[in-house]
Every structure is written in C-alpha cells, then in structure tokens.
Write a protein that binds this ligand. Structure first.
Ligand code: GTP
Ligand code: MG
Length: 521
C-alpha cells in the first residue's frame, strides 16, 4: 500500500500531539491551529514525506477515551507508543500496549521529553522493559559526557547532527566506546535473529551490514518480536528527524484481513464539523476511490456523493482521487457509519468491528427547557455516531434518558459537547433505581373474582391460586393444576395473561413483581 497510517498512542500528556505537530512543522506540513489542549477524540493529520503519503492518527491518552484508541489500532500499520520520561510510568501505558499487542499492531516506543530538566529517560527505558512483555531494543541512545546531551545512532554507531529535517553524522568520542559497543551488539544480535540467513552470517562473521540490521528490525516489527526504542523531545525536535528517518527505513507491512473486492475502505471515524457537517474518515485498504460516485456500505446502504477529501496538515483538502493505503474523507454522506466497510461494488459483508469497552458509569439526563427537549434526540444520535463507546438510551421502566460511559470524565466531556456543539442544556442526576417487588412466604388459596357488566349477560369468573416465592433471578412461573371440569381449559391462557398484567405493578410501591410462581387450580 502506498499510503501509510501511523497511530500515536500513549497516556495523557506524554506528548503525542506535540510529536505529531513537530513532525509536521519539520517536514513542511501545514498547521493551521496549534492548540495546546488534551485530545479527546481521534484526529487525522496528513503529510507527504519522500513522496509517500503519511497519515498520523492522534489518539486521546485519558483512559476514559480508550474506545477511540481501538479504531486507530484497527486501521493503522504501525503504532508509536509515546511515554513521558519526566514522570513514573503510568499503568495506562501497559493497558494501551496490551491492546496493541492483542490486535497485532507493530509498535515502536518513543521516550519523550529528554531535554527536560526532570528527565529520567534511561530509567524510563529500564522501567518499560519491566512493564511491557516484549523485547525492547534502543536504536538511538543519549550521552552527556562533559557537554550537553548528544544522540548516537546505534545502527551506524555515529553521532547524530540534526539540521531542520536533515541529518548529518559524525564519529563518536572515544570515551563512550564501551557503552556504544554493548548497545550495538544487542541491536545486531536481535536483528540477526529475525531471519535464518542473517543468523548464519552473524554466527560466521559476527557482523551484519546497516541494511541487514534495518531489514532485521523490520522483520522483527512485523512479527511483533520486538519494539525498537527511540528517545527524543517532541518539544524541541531533538531526535525527531532521526525518528522519522528510521520509520521510513523499517516501515512494517501489517497483515490486514482481506475482502474479495477490487476496491474497499474501512470507516473508522465520524465527526460532526460545525461548518462542513458530517465527516466520515475511512482508510482505503484496496484500490482507490474517486469523487462523484456511489458508495455502498456493509450495512446494505448506498448513497451518491460528490466531493472527497484527504487530511492535509491539520485540515482537509478536496481531491479527485484517493489511492490505496490512504485516508479518504466524505462530507455529508448520511448513509456512512463508523465500522462500515465501504466500496463502489456491492458487498455482502465487511471487515470486523472492534468490540467497545463496557460502560461503567451511568447518569440520567434531564433537558433544561422545552427547546432543549426538542433538540436532544437529534443531538444524541450525533454524539453516538461520533463516539461508539457511548451508550444513550431511554430506560424501559423508569422512562429516564440514561447516558452510560467509561467514567465520569467521559460523560462530562460528552455533555460539554452536547452543550457547546449542539446547544442542548441538560441537568443530570443519578438514575432512578428500578426496584422490584416479591413475596417471602407462600400464600394458599387466593381467590380473585372477575365481574364485568357489558349489558346483556355480563361476565363473571372466580379463579383460585396458590402463590409461592421463587429463588432470586428466577422471574415468573405459571402452572395450572386444574382437575375435573370446573374450568374450561381454553380459559387458561387468559388467566395467565391476567396474572402477568397484574405483575407489572406490585401492591407495595407499584414496582414490577418478580420471582414468584403462580399455581392456578
Ligand atoms: N519538556 C517537554 N514537554 C513536552 C514535550 N512534549 C510535550 N510536552 C508537553 O507536555 C504536555 C502534553 O503534551 P501533549 O502533546 O498535549 O500530550 P498528549 O500526549 O497529546 O496528551 P493527551 O492528548 O491529553 O493524551 C504539553 O504541555 C507539552 O508542551 C517534550 O518533549 N518536552
Ligand atoms: Mg493529545
């Protein structure tokens, strides 16, 4: 695939957004508004480097938004796990790593903020090795013998000099020979193990060429045997051009599930833009897509569209055609939904959809005014389209509108969006608990008399029941043990129906009655 997609993952404040923006500014990407704020939703950036279209997916670091990460993991070739070297490792780093591993997403690690006074980057590298169950091998290392920190490329064993996005190399000072040799040997050994031919050569000669080392890293990445470890500073750009160079050198090919179509894409993000309206982001896994066609979805829908766009810098650019591996953006195509596989050809099935994490936290929503009430249903549909890890529904019994998310912050940010983007104000409360009623002791020979005068002869019936408590969770059971001919048997279903209706409202407080057995005799 020509287009390449990289997901930037890692806990809050590790510097994912800063790193993406630094790469863009170093490699002539267009940045319209650089905002220093936490990321709460996937954002896609586009840039061409060495004639290759790259797309970077920025992800939220907060655990409340882990649902978003799953979509990025599903469609990216490579993940960059960004960690902060000025603070102890966060447990969330481990969770993100495990998600990537489970989904077979090749990963590199970027140990960030190495220019900061508080950095402990060497310790961070060791801590990562303890925390993440995968072989981790530095490809770059830092030294500050009698001078400011300088970086050494372990593939070529040379000091790195970065000028803008360009790189120059110099010999290293002799006093660091020992450490460099140890790190270099480790890198060569692990690279050699990636391929039989490399192992043979390494055992015979004790050496590999630069290209062989890079090739070995690529193979190790592809079968997830190891993570290459980078260090750098997203803020100052130190180590960033080197990082980009090596990513180009050993960019892995990820195995994606394929479909029997000439051209298809996978829709991983829906966004409602205040100006452009509904935007649908998809990665093209095969073939290409052109403007002004008909798109079909794995949900059996189809719709005409006119323009298509690609992410360029931090905004969108209209184009006529988008190629394989790239990211295409549709505007105002109502039929499209996150998780759809889409194609110009009819499709009977789609690529698998990631399972969203279970919501843990629920609140009831109460629109503040009549106008808010009128607007809320439309807004809710959009919120859910934008964030599939969110569940909003009306409770069947309490009739309350409930919102369920991964945590307090997830719901808070969603309500902020509801207010600011969709202009709907709501009050929240804890959800009303739907209580249940039941009985503790059996009751024998209950008599119910049914009388209905509808003119003419009217209806009269007397039914006899025994009622027993059942174990918790057993629900409701109805049996008849009629004997003789006192009750025509074709009345039994009507009696059961009547009992079921009576269960809907208990006599204690009007809550549904459960866990009882009724014997009609
Ligand atoms: N000193 C230093 N600060 C950095 C560096 N990279 C990022 N920061 C700072 O760290 C903070 C968080 O950076 P972001 O790029 O927003 O972090 P993020 O990983 O995108 O955070 P979320 O979007 O919340 O997950 C900001 O104040 C940055 O200025 C770095 O290399 N050095
Ligand atoms: Mg961010």
């Amino acid at each position: 695939m020509k287009g390449r997609v990289i997901a930037f993952l890692g806990p809050s404040e590790s510097g994912k957004t800063t790193l993406i923006e630094k790469i863009l500014s170093l490699f002539n990407g267009k940045l319209k508004n650089q905002k220093k704020e936490p990321t709460y939703s996937l954002k896609t950036y586009g840039i061409t480097i060495e004639n290759i279209p790259f797309y970077f997916i920025d992800t939220p670091g907060d655990e409340n938004f882990i649902g978003e990460i799953l979509w990025a993991i599903t469609i990216s070739d490579l993940g960059v796990l960004v960690v902060d070297s000025t603070a102890p490792l966060k447990y969330h780093t481990y969770r993100i790593f495990e998600l990537a591993k489970k989904n077979f997403l090749p990963l590199v690690i970027f140990v960030n903020k190495i220019e900061a006074e508080k950095t402990q980057w060497a310790q961070t590298i060791c801590d990562l090795q303890d925390m993440l169950e995968i072989l981790q091998v530095p490809v770059i290392y830092g030294f500050n013998t009698n001078q400011p920190l300088f970086l050494v490329d372990l593939v070529t064993k040379q000091v790195i000099k970065e000028k803008g996005s360009k790189l120059e190399f110099e010999p290293y000072p002799p006093q660091i020979e020992g450490k460099i040799q140890t790190l270099y040997e480790q890198l060569v050994e692990v690279s050699a193990e990636a391929k039989d031919e490399f192992i043979e050569k390494y055992l015979e000669t004790g050496r590999l060429t630069q290209d062989e080392i890079l090739d070995g890293i690529k193979a190790n990445l592809e079968n997830m045997r190891m993570c290459p470890v980078f260090i750098g500073s997203a803020e100052t750009g130190l180590g960033v051009p080197y990082f980009v160079k090596r990513i180009l050198d050993f960019y892995p090919k990820r195995d994606f599930q394929t479909l029997d179509l000439n051209s298809y894409a996978y829709l991983f993000k829906t966004l409602y833009d205040p100006y452009a309206g509904k935007l649908s982001f998809a990665r093209i896994f095969k073939g290409s897509l052109k403007s002004e066609r008909i798109i079909r979805t794995s949900q059996g829908k189809e719709e005409k569209y006119t323009q298509i766009f690609i992410p360029r810098g931090d905004s969108l650019e209209a184009v006529k055609e988008v190629g394989e591996g790239e990211i295409v953006v549709f505007a105002k195509v109502e039929a499209l939904k996150t998780g759809d596989t889409i194609s110009e050809e009819p499709l009977s099935s789609g690529l698998p959809v990631p399972e969203m994490p279970k919501p843990m936290y629920t609140l009831a929503l109460h629109p503040e005014t009549r106008a808010d009430e009128d607007k809320i249903s439309g807004a809710i549909l959009k919120l859910q389209e934008e964030d599939p890890s969110l569940i909003i529904y009306r409770h069947e019994e309490t009739r309350e509108l409930l919102i369920s998310g991964l945590g307090n912050m997830h719901i808070e940010k969603t309500l902020e969006k509801l207010r600011e983007k969709y202009g709907v104000k709501v009050r929240t409360s804890l959800p009303t608990v739907p209580y249940r009623e039941t009985i503790k002791k059996p009751v024998q020979a209950v008599i119910y008399r049914h009388k209905k005068q509808t003119g003419g002869r009217g209806q009269f019936a007397e039914v006899h029941f025994n009622i027993f408590p059942l174990e918790r969770g057993k629900g409701f059971e109805f049996i008849e043990t009629l004997t003789g001919m006192n009750v025509p048997r074709n009345y039994v279903p009507a009696v059961e129906k009547g009992v079921r209706e009576a269960l809907e409202k208990g006599i204690l407080a009007g809550f549904p009655v459960v866990d009882i057995k009724v014997q009609f005799f």
